[in-house]
Design a protein around this ligand. Structure first.
Ligand code: SF4
Ligand code: SF4
Length: 501
């Protein structure tokens, strides 16, 4: 059935380079000797370690628990011994080391025995399913790494569940290969999420440049629907245009609804989940397997045989590079993620984490334009391609001038950092870096303001408490002083009586 689709503003058409890595099946990457698991592989608070150095752990064992509502647990991704809990380089654009649990593998890959008490997911209440998703450490595997349990408990009812298989970044094919190889897992997971969220319909979105993935899903969907005719589920192919896989852009394309500025999808009745995340939820609920591995695309002209690997979380990227690089590769640049929204890897000792969807290794400069940024010529090209209808050049001027409040007023925080503006900018201005810097500064200022406000409130409360205590003491003194005078009077009277006698 032909479904109505809407369009989103801006966007760019990009060469895909998908054929480099989408021809070979997914294979497991060897488990390394040392596994390095960051405590902050997700959005929110870092997890808190539950193990000590010297302790033996089994694969799938909980080794760090969530420290807040927006946080996620960490599980051992193989069996072995904890040899360190310390700061290590991680795959983050800041390059700042983070606390990690380091496990020396014993080579046995011995799993924690399955929990026999876990109920059939189809008969489990939604609240318990969400808890199991949280306990399995599932976060958004499309790149946002937001804890899925939080996302799946929207503040108001939703009617539409979107499964996002629109992998629009060039080079990355991990979702494509997942949809081709495990369509049943994606759809069974999606069917369960329909129950869990209470949504009436589910749309599995795939870009129209992935016919094999769409075909595999269509075939598997026929089976799912044969088992359960009541569900309103469909696979929808959407036009290939970057960033069609952005959450707000995809919601617009499939439903015509606009998520408001600063808002979230549930506000327009939608929950949107990446296909890799749905498969991870399926594995957690139907197979009792926490998130200990993910599919990673290893590609680029610096790689001898680009393809997708199932990698254990914590695998050091240096070990991956040692095994995949072309022999003659020189002056490589390693990117985490795609060329548009990814970032240069600051240190190859960093491990593969929950958000690592792609290692892009390029041996030659892909760009031929001059590297130096030139002044803005006010051509307006950036405005035309912005999918959020922002004014990228004005955001840039404000960010550059340090006028952060003005940038914020121009909806800086609605910028999804897609990089379309920088991609078309003839002056080669690294626009997204300016926005990232401005957002960081604003968040820091907000954090400092919150801290100062908290300190002020605490000080006021302390002063109020001291005043209260002082008043209470004075009252006590007064009430103690009165009986003394009475006792004295009584004594005087008694003495007087005795003297009189
Ligand atoms: S990076 Fe931000 S400002 Fe630039 S096009 Fe994307 S959303 Fe618009
Ligand atoms: S595309 Fe570049 S040069 Fe043109 S207006 Fe935008 S920032 Fe300025």
């Amino acid at each position: 059935m032909k479904r109505r689709l809407w369009s989103f503003p801006g966007g760019v058409r990009l060469p895909g380079f998908k054929e480099l890595s989408n021809r070979e099946a997914i294979v497991p990457f060897p488990i390394p000797r040392f596994i390095v698991l960051p405590l902050a592989q997700h959005a929110g608070q870092p997890a808190e370690p539950l193990v000590a150095v010297g302790e033996r752990v089994l694969c799938g064992q909980l080794i760090a628990r969530p420290a807040a509502l927006v946080s996620a647990p960490v599980h051992a991704s193989t069996s072995g011994t904890v040899v360190a809990i310390e700061e290590r380089p991680v795959a983050h654009r800041s390059g700042i080391p983070q606390r990690c649990i380091v496990i020396e593998s014993d080579g046995l890959d011995e799993w924690l025995p399955p929990n026999a008490d876990e109920q059939d997911p189809w008969r489990t209440p939604a609240k318990q399913l969400v808890e199991r998703i949280r306990d399995a450490g599932i976060v958004g595997l499309g790149g946002a790494v937001f804890p899925s349990a939080v996302k799946l408990t929207p503040a108001k009812p939703v009617d539409t569940l979107i499964i996002n298989g629109v992998e629009c970044e060039p080079y990355i094919t991990c979702d494509d290969l997942l949809m081709r190889s495990r369509p049943e897992a994606v759809l069974r997971g999606a069917r369960l999420l329909l129950e869990l969220t209470g949504a009436r319909r589910c749309r599995v979105a795939v870009e129209d440049n992935k016919p094999e993935a769409a075909g595999a899903l269509e075939q598997a969907l026929a089976q799912v629907l044969r088992d359960d005719w009541a569900a309103d589920m469909a696979v929808v192919q959407v036009p290939t245009r970057f960033p069609a896989g952005g959450e707000k852009q995809l919601i617009r394309v499939l439903t015509g609804r606009e998520v408001p500025s600063g808002g979230l999808p549930f506000q327009v009745g939608v929950v949107c989940v990446n296909v890799g995340t749905v498969a991870a939820i399926h594995d957690a609920l139907f197979e009792g397997r926490p998130l200990i591995s993910r599919i990673v695309t290893v590609t680029g002209d610096g790689v001898a045989a680009p393809r997708n690997y199932e990698m254990r979380l914590g695998t050091p990227i240096r070990e991956v590079l040692e095994q995949v690089l072309r022999e003659d590769a020189q002056d490589m640049r390693v990117h985490i993620g795609g060329p548009m929204m990814g970032f240069a890897l600051p240190d190859d000792r960093a491990p593969v984490a929950k958000g690592t969807n792609c290692l892009l290794v390029r041996a030659q400069p892909a760009e031929t334009r001059p590297a130096e940024a030139m002044p803005c010529i006010r051509c307006g090209a950036c405005v035309e391609v912005c999918p959020v209808r922002l004014m990228p050049q004005q955001l840039y001027w404000h960010a550059r001038a340090g006028e952060l409040d003005k940038a914020q007023k121009q909806h800086l925080f609605d910028c999804i950092e897609c990089g379309c503006c920088a991609h078309v900018c003839p002056s080669r201005i690294p626009l997204v870096q300016y926005y990232q810097f401005a957002k960081h500064e604003l968040r820091e200022a907000q954090r400092r303001a919150r801290k100062a406000e908290l300190a002020r409130t605490r000080n006021e409360q302390r002063q109020a408490r001291l005043e209260r205590q002082k008043a209470e003491k004075a009252a006590k003194r007064r009430s103690r002083g009165k009986p003394k005078r009475d006792e004295g009077a009584e004594a005087a009277e008694a003495n007087g009586d005795e003297a009189a006698a």
